[in-house]
Structure formats: C-alpha cells, structure tokens
Design a protein around this ligand. Structure first.
Ligand SMILES: [Zn+2]
Length: 59
C-alpha cells in the first residue's frame, strides 16, 4: 500500500511526519484536535497511567 496521503493537504506522507506530509500539517491537525473538532478515543496506548491525561496548561 502506498496510497497514504496527508489528511490535511493530500500530498504523499513523509515517514518522519506520518500520517502527515510535514510538521506543518501535523500541527494543523493537532490544532484541530485541541479545538475539539474531533476526538481521539485512544491517543496513547503504551501507558496505562492516566496522571498526565488532563494537563492542558502547557503549550
Ligand atoms: Zn500535508
């Protein structure tokens, strides 16, 4: 499968920024996420600790 494209601008993804094509698009997506446009049910998977889950004071 090599049909992976950036969900933001639909250009071919970069291995360093998957699933995005660049850091810019990753930031754009992150901004949407923080804006509450959509929610990710399981953002983290390797940690069962939930202590840092609700920190939103850092930018
Ligand atoms: Zn992009």
């Amino acid at each position: 499968m090599s049909d992976s494209t950036c969900p933001i601008c639909h250009r071919p993804t970069d291995a360093n920024f998957r699933p995005f094509c660049s850091r810019h698009c990753a930031d754009v997506d992150l901004g949407r996420w923080f804006s509450g446009t959509y929610r990710v049910p399981s953002f983290r998977q390797d940690n069962e600790e939930e202590q840092d889950e609700y920190r939103d004071g850092e930018g």
